[in-house]
Design a protein around this ligand. Structure first.
Ligand code: TMP
Length: 218
């Protein structure tokens, strides 16, 4: 199989309460409406082992040190890449993932202040060059996020962090976007979700068109 026949890897990112869970099915439906075979998955999680690690990561009562948190995120990711993501891409399926390594840069690198360098060392080892083809970064003010999070269930271990932590998470995400603006597209998630949906659909449709033009040119 040539590289051109591989599926595309799309990730969705953003701090808590930006509307990610509402918007992910919108992207999935858009891709499926174009006849694309999509595997929709998430991190941490996406495999039986990953889902067990997710429960530990989000639910443990024991104070978790930042390095343990980062390594467990990458343990989940390693299992996910080898058993779900890579096989799907190799079969020509597209993978739509609710969070990936940009979240490790934002939450562990910036939020927990481990630094981008440590994340990048583990990323190189675990991912062996695998990167998303497109990342949709939903960016909202803290006020919008808090208002949307309040409407939901009880908050988990990471969601219950304070404003300073989430200010660093936001900066971590924006740093990822400025380091790779072609891959990471920032979507303003402050407007009403219908408007965010329309903006996001436009970005995805544009990118699908660009990719099909490249394919036709081959
Ligand atoms: P969510 O996917 O339901 O939003 O929850 C996952 C939580 O895990 C969220 O608080 C972000 C956090 N997370 C990290 O801290 N690092 C990571 O690498 C990933 C994938 C998620």
């Amino acid at each position: 199989m040539t590289d051109m026949q591989r599926g595309r890897f799309i990730t969705l990112e953003g701090a808590e309460g930006v509307g990610k869970s509402t918007l992910l099915p919108v992207v999935r439906d858009l891709l499926q409406s174009q006849g694309i075979d999509v595997v929709s998955t998430r991190e941490p999680g996406g495999t039986p082992l990953g889902e067990q690690l997710r429960e530990v990561l989000l639910g443990t009562q024991e104070p978790m040190v930042a390095k343990a948190e980062m390594l467990l995120m990458f343990a989940s990711r390693a299992q996910h890449i080898e058993t779900v993501i890579e096989p799907a891409l190799a079969m020509g399926k597209w993978v739509l993932c609710d969070r990936f390594t940009d979240a490790s840069y934002a939450y562990q690198g910036a939020g927990r202040q481990l630094g981008a360098r440590r994340v990048s060392v583990i990323e190189d080892w675990v991912q062996e060059g695998l990167q998303p083809d497109l990342t949709l970064l939903l960016d909202a003010s803290r006020e919008t996020s808090v208002a949307r999070t309040r409407r939901r269930r009880a908050v988990d271990r990471i969601e219950s962090e304070g404003d300073e932590f989430f200010a660093r998470v936001k900066q971590g995400y924006l740093a990822q976007a400025s380091a790779d603006p072609e891959r990471v597209r920032i979507i303003d998630a402050n407007p009403a979700l219908e408007d965010v949906t329309a903006a996001m659909a436009a970005v995805v449709s544009d990118r699908i068109e660009q990719w099909s033009i490249v394919l036709e040119g081959c």
